[in-house]
Design a protein around this ligand. Structure first.
Ligand code: UDP
Ligand code: MG
Length: 316
């Protein structure tokens, strides 16, 4: 059996405009390298003709291995499906389907892998998105780094080359709300970052909705940090201290100065403030309960509708 050494994994959601460019760049890359490479494309329930293009591709070019999900499951789960389907015996190269991650870096990343690293991840030097999005990313990665119990490198996404053993471990991790770059850091082994310039999208618009981006950020924070729950005890403790100090001042005033005309507004303010704090606390607990709830259902993470793979390479 002639298994590929490297799998290039790219999830696609409504990428019919970028796909021809992606294929062209990948073909050129594969022709230039003396490695057995397969390309694993995952159709994340696209509604344009991405899946049709993928089908034609997989049927005409044996290097393309296509997986079709039953509906849109989101980028992280599409990638998870790709990692599970990939057969590369040495390494898996994870890229975006919109060519924001230049596939030509494979060579450089592979050299690092051969030096003994298990994970070679890409670090963005510069982003080419608008100011608001850029600042959002910037702040989020710094916040996560300061509160996380795993050392997740700054400004690195899912774009990485991971060794077969790291991929195997990732495939065994059953967590339902997935934050793959965090899981990758958590696994450990020797990891190294390589800087690169993130390109602009080849065609079309970002397929990440604001809601999806938010959920990803939430998953990062709630799955890789104890901060939210610690924060609640901290906020409660602070509130009690403030209340005690206030109480003591009132008693002293009463005993020595006799002037305790206390305002009604102050009372109202305190009630509203602490009801708010309590609601936030409940929300944070709810967030954890929700995660336990979904995890306990034990559903499959995604559903594969169809898979096209070169028959020759599967034969034993
Ligand atoms: N993607 C996906 N499912 C989704 C959203 C995005 O498979 O629900 C794919 C998308 O086709 C692209 C990659 O994930 O190949 C990264 O998405 P995108 O470029 O939209 O994100 P951004 O680069 O804007 O963060
Ligand atoms: Mg993109």
């Amino acid at each position: 059996m002639n298994l590929p050494q490297i799998s290039i994994v790219a999830p696609l959601y409504n990428e019919s405009a970028s796909l021809p460019h992606l294929v062209e760049r990948l073909n050129r890359l594969m022709d230039s390298l003396a490695l057995r490479i397969e390309v694993v494309l995952i159709d994340d329930g696209s509604r344009d003709d991405t899946s049709l293009q993928m089908r034609q591709l997989a049927l005409t070019d044996a290097r393309y291995h296509c997986v079709f999900l039953s509906r849109n499951h989101g980028h992280q789960l599409a990638l998870t499906a790709g990692l599970a389907a990939a057969r590369g015996t040495e390494a898996l190269f994870i890229i975006d389907g919109d060519l924001q991650d230049p596939p030509e870096l494979l060579d450089e990343f592979y050299k690092k892998l051969q030096e003994g690293y298990d994970v070679v991840y890409a670090v963005r030097r510069k982003r080419k998105e608008n100011f608001i999005k850029r600042s959002g990313y910037y702040l989020f990665y710094r916040l996560l780094k300061s509160i996380s119990y795993v050392d997740i490198p700054l400004d690195s996404g899912d774009f990485a080359l991971i060794s077969r053993r790291v991929a195997d471990i990732m495939n065994q991790m059953p967590e339902e709300s997935r934050y793959l770059r965090g899981m990758r850091s958590w696994i450990g082994f020797k990891q190294v970052g390589i800087e690169y310039e993130r390109s602009e999208r080849m065609a079309g618009e970002s397929k990440y909705s604001f809601k999806q981006l938010f959920r990803l950020a939430y998953n990062g924070i709630f799955n890789f940090s104890e901060f939210p729950i610690k924060f609640m005890s901290w906020a409660g403790g602070t509130a009690i201290c403030i209340a005690l100090i206030y109480f003591i001042t009132v008693v002293i005033k009463k005993l020595f100065f006799e002037d305790i005309i206390e305002g009604f507004t102050a009372l109202l303010f305190v009630i509203i403030l602490f009801s708010g704090v309590q609601l936030i606390a409940l929300g944070i607990i709810g967030e954890y309960v929700l995660r336990i709830f979904f995890q306990s259902k034990n559903r499959p993470l995604y559903i594969v509708k169809d898979e096209i793979i070169d028959k020759e390479s599967v034969k034993k």
